[in-house]
Design a protein around this ligand. Structure first.
Ligand code: ADP
Ligand code: ASP
Ligand code: MG
Length: 422
């Protein structure tokens, strides 16, 4: 008998029929002799709709109330799913994040799971029931407030439950057949990967491949939880996310995939004195606002002016906070102007094989050139190259790079079973 943790994303439980279909799958897994713990996302686009609703009610920031509001989405789906499973003759109990022992710390809206004390889940399993847990939420131990984990956070709930319960596998059910070499909504010829390493998946996720939340991959790597990403709409085997991919007879591919991200903006700080300490002051100011900086570029300063421009990218949602922190420190830093550009897009090429092969960057830039795409910023790691370009050019750039690296599938188009892609 195995212990299986399953996570069903919003598109897998979008309406009543979908919930009944998922219940069938859970019951089949239980009847095959497994212990089953399920975590579930809010139905369809519920989370986005709740955010829209809050914006219609109030223009101000209410982090604590927002978290309470958003956790409601997952409570709806968990209880409905438990009803549907019980209707199929299998015992089921649903639990909120706090009831399930998911403990968090950190800021509202992006809390981190620090521990899981799954006593009630174990009791439910001991009673022969399926335990169904609301994803994306936990209880802050210090404040006793309920918190959310950030967008896509149910993925992290699943892995944290799997780690705490020492599950045999953590299955992430979604609306595509696994992890592909690119987002199938952008590249229909993307190929499904049989397996991918935690390291590559982490870079894919952090570069915008939202099929898994980056934090979930970090957590899985830390606790060696094998993840199986697969579709809840088909019976196909999906993609295994593991420490090391099983090299069959073929050599491991150099490139795992291409990812893209439109969620960032660029701030250019104009007229910064080109003297030691300027960058430190600037980024210290930004750090006080708890902003996550991604890429940084400093222009070469013209010797006669003694000033330079520094550009950096950050999540669009954090632009206002970064701007006010910089403006509050304007005199200390000594810049003349701040320019915000929220029409950028980032494309990233990811693959552990880059370490051992040359010419990857040249091929990447050549593909972008041939597609007529101008590059605004570049950053690299040993397994990733990312560039910033215009947002409207991003999808074309992804397709061009995907083809240039020979990633297109020869086995027909990837299927997108559901979801609105929102
Ligand atoms: P869920 O509601 O199941 O959590 P998400 O919408 O969060 O689903 O994630 C699944 C989506 O991720 C897919 O529909 C797909 O558009 C997108 N995606 C982006 N990059 C990839 C990739 N490399 N492989 C598979 N899916 C990807
Ligand atoms: N419902 C949350 C979201 O939309 C969490 C999740 O789906 O994983 O981000
Ligand atoms: Mg998701």
């Amino acid at each position: 008998m195995a212990l299986v943790v399953q996570k069903y994303g919003g598109s897998s439980v979008a309406d009543a029929d979908a919930i009944k279909r998922v219940a069938r799958r859970i019951v089949d897994t239980r009847n095959a002799g497994n212990d089953v713990v399920v975590t579930v996302s809010a139905m369809g686009d519920t989370t986005d709709e709740l955010i829209d609703l809050s914006n219609a009610v109030s223009g101000a920031e209410h982090p604590r109330e927002m978290d309470i509001l958003l956790t409601a989405g997952e409570r709806i789906s968990m209880s409905l799913l438990a009803m549907a499973v019980r209707d199929l003759g299998v015992g089921a109990q649903s639990f909120t994040g706090p009831q399930a022992g998911v403990l968090t710390s950190g800021a509202y809206g992006r809390a981190r799971i620090i521990d899981v004390t799954p006593g009630r889940l174990r009791s439910a399993l001991d009673a022969g029931d399926v335990a169904i847990v609301a994803g994306f939420q936990g209880l802050n131990q210090d404040t006793q407030d309920i918190q959310t984990l950030g967008r896509g956070g149910s993925d992290t709930t699943a892995v944290a439950l799997a780690a705490a319960l020492e599950a045999d596998v953590c299955e992430i059910y979604t609306d595509v057949d696994g992890v592909f070499s690119a987002d199938p909504r952008i590249v229909p010829s993307a190929r499904k990967l049989e397996s991918i390493t935690y390291e590559e998946m982490l870079d894919m996720a952090a570069s915008g491949a939202k099929v898994l939340m980056p934090r979930c991959v970090e957590y899985a790597r830390r606790f060696s939880v094998p993840i199986h990403v697969r579709s809840s709409f088909s019976g196909l085997t999906g993609t295994m996310v593991v420490e090391e991919t099983q090299g069959d007879d073929m050599e491991d591919p150099i490139i795992a995939g291409v990812a893209s991200d439109r969620s960032e903006a660029k701030i250019t700080v104009i007229g910064v004195p080109d003297v030691p300490g300027s960058a430190a002051r600037l980024f210290e100011a930004v750090a006080t606002a708890d902003v996550n900086i991604d890429m940084i570029v400093q222009n070469v300063s013209a010797t006669h002016t003694g000033v330079t421009d520094i550009s950096f990218t950050l999540p669009t949602a954090q632009v206002a906070a970064a701007k006010s922190a910089l403006e509050a420190d304007a005199e200390q830093i000594g810049f003349t102007e701040l320019v915000v550009d929220d029409t950028i897009g980032k494309i990233s090429l990811i693959g552990a094989g880059m370490r051992a092969s040359s010419g990857v960057s040249a091929k990447f830039f050549a593909a972008l050139r041939d597609a007529g795409i101008n590059i605004e910023m570049i950053s690299t790691s040993d397994i990733r190259i990312s560039v910033v370009t215009r947002s409207e050019l991003l999808d074309g750039a992804v397709r061009a790079v995907h083809t240039a690296f020979g990633l297109d599938s020869t086995q027909g188009e990837a299927v997108v079973y559901g979801g609105t892609g929102r």
